[in-house]
Design a protein around this ligand. Structure first.
Ligand code: NAD
Ligand code: ZN
Ligand code: ZN
Length: 343
């Protein structure tokens, strides 16, 4: 089968490899589509990686083709989503519903494994997963459902953790309307009555934000924070979701958040938030979360919204054979929504 692998820093290659075999608790899935996340670019350029030769792809959906002897509850041909978070399900955080920060399979600075970020991922003809990391897709199209497992899950988790600041009179800002942001924007519109401001550096992405229901769009840049302050009587936004994480966007967030506001840093662009105790720019009461992925409960909420047709992935399809082109396009910032590799 074909598998898109990272073979060295900055080097990807589509290899011909054997179809993997499965353990008794595993399922072999024929991939229908695998989303391409900006994190894949971070992985590609990371100075070191735990495992070169890994198949990328952590946003995968497909069809059950073979089941291990112990697997129950699935049948051949079932459409399934492969979950991002491969948690133990038994440790204290898992039992508290915080499986995205599982202690047994992860650690203090390490999230639980995710397919395509450790184990082999879904940019291939087939992927293997334990049965318990699969969610049934029902009537959702598995070709474009993969991003529900990260591009929608991750914003859902960040938003769920800020709901106390998302009342009907709230002003909320989403920065970066790419793969994650275009789902986050839809989730905000679908699940809150807050006024939603979208910020991006790309005029095309701002137009997309308007089409997806943003109440106000603001071009990214030095004036963006002041524009948010002007729209909120100088008080700031009640919640800001930074889906980019560059210094420029973290600065906008820090300079435009309201007192007691919820600041959610999701993007991994490499910026820093400066925060001191006495002399510092953040208003009193701001709470900051470095939000990772999402829980299984967040995942089910995402699937319910998608099944109801309330949210959907703006998919840009590439054949798996054109996978390297898709990476180049994402890096060039010309993907309008989420790129999906279709085997
Ligand atoms: P993407 O490339 O699809 O989208 C990025 C968007 O940001 C684009 O619309 C781009 O125009 C916009 N942008 C770029 N520079 C900007 C600026 N200065 N100001 C405003 N907008 C700007 O990326 P994605 O797949 O949505 O991922 C976004 C980030 O989130 C990445 O850093 C990724 O690694 C990270 N991520 C984090 C988690 C997590 O669990 N914390 C999960 C998935 C992805
Ligand atoms: Zn991702
Ligand atoms: Zn656990």
């Amino acid at each position: 089968m074909r598998a898109l692998k990272i073979i060295a820093r900055g080097q990807l290659r589509i290899d011909d490899v054997p179809i993997p075999s499965i353990a008794p608790d595993e399922v072999l899935i024929k991939v229908a589509g695998a989303g391409l996340c900006h994190s894949d670019l971070h992985v590609m350029h990371a100075p070191t990686l735990l495992r070169y030769g890994m198949t990328l792809g952590h946003e995968t959906a497909g069809f059950v083709t073979e089941m291990g002897a112990d697997v129950t509850g699935f049948a051949e041909g079932d459409p399934v989503l492969v979950c991002l978070v491969w948690a133990c399900g038994e440790c204290r955080p898992c039992l508290e519903g915080r499986d995205n920060v599982c202690v047994n399979n992860g650690g203090r600075l390490r999230p639980p494994p995710a397919p395509g970020l450790g184990p082999d991922g879904g940019m291939a003809d087939y992927i293997v997963s334990k049965a318990r990391y699969l969610e049934p897709l029902g009537d959702l199209d598995p070709v474009i459902a993969g991003p529900l497992g990260d591009a929608a899950l991750t914003p859902m988790h960040a938003i769920n953790g800020a709901r106390h600041r998302l009342g009907p009179d709230a002003t909320v800002v989403a920065i970066g309307i790419g793969g994650l942001g275009h789902m986050g924007l839809q989730i905000l519109k679908a699940t809150t009555d807050a006024r939603v401001i979208a910020i991006d550096s790309s005029p095309q992405r701002l137009a997309a934000a308007t089409a997806l229901g943003a109440d106000i769009v603001i071009p990214s840049g030095d004036d963006a924070a002041q524009a948010i302050l002007d729209l909120t009587g100088g008080y700031g936004a009640d919640a800001i979701f930074d889906f980019v994480g560059l210094q420029a966007t973290i600065d906008i967030a820090g300079n435009a958040i309201a007192p007691d506001g919820a600041l959610r840093l999701v993007g991994l662009g490499g910026g820093k938030l400066s925060m001191g105790i006495s002399m510092q720019p953040l208003p009193w009461g701001v709470d900051v979360r470095r939000s990772y992925g999402g829980t299984r409960a967040d995942q089910r909420q995402v699937l319910d919204l998608a099944a109801a047709g309330t949210i959907g992935v703006d998919a840009v399809r590439y054949s798996l054979d054109d996978g390297l082109q898709a990476f180049a396009d994402l890096e060039a910032g010309v993907v309008a929504g989420r790129a999906i590799l279709v085997p």
